[in-house]
Ligand binder design. Sequence first.
Ligand SMILES: [Zn+2]
Length: 229
Amino acid sequence: MKLYRLLYLSIAFLFASCHVKTESSTFTTPSPATSTSTSINIKPSITEKWLPISDFSEERTETITHIVIHFISNAVANPQNPHDIEDAYNILKNTGVSTHFIIDREGEIFQLIPTDRVAWHAGKGKWNESKAYSNRMNHYSIGIELLGIGTKEEMSLYLHESDYNLIAEKDKGFTVVQYAALSELIKSLVAEYPTIPLDRNHIIGHDEYSASKTDPGSLFDWNRLDIWK
Ligand SMILES: [Zn+2]
């Protein structure tokens, strides 16, 4: 009799543990769909620093397919303190060009133009022999400027060698936190605009679009972007 009772208790216990296990695994394991959408919805923090919208942008009529990466600095006027965000903002404002975002040396992201409007950052150029993109990349793209400086040769477009030599080594190239912020921003934009494929044909440098440009240049390391699958 004792044996039957023991057997009954064991079976009851086994049933109870299986049941609990099933319930707890259902509760604690998120479905893949839930976890993917959660990570996509995490947005980097963005500081608003709008340019006068009607003077520095125009209505979008095309689908966004590209992101164009640039560098900007105040090295021409102030080679010893070239990375002031106010100076970069004023350079755009005084020269009548614009960009959607600037990322400073500390990785802070500033937004100057809403992404649903065309900013004027890419200028003239060509992409993949496509007529649509010829001199019209602004209409299809989002522009991101990094506060950064290229090599002496790349900067010779803008400043004399003697001024370039006044620039500190730490102010050249790009910072670790800029790569991190840029990666987060690109991932967030691609999630918002799924018409931008996440590959090197669509996340491009200004120098790849326009033969007369040198930014972001050879000091920009595309492999340091944490976005490639
Ligand atoms: Zn550029």
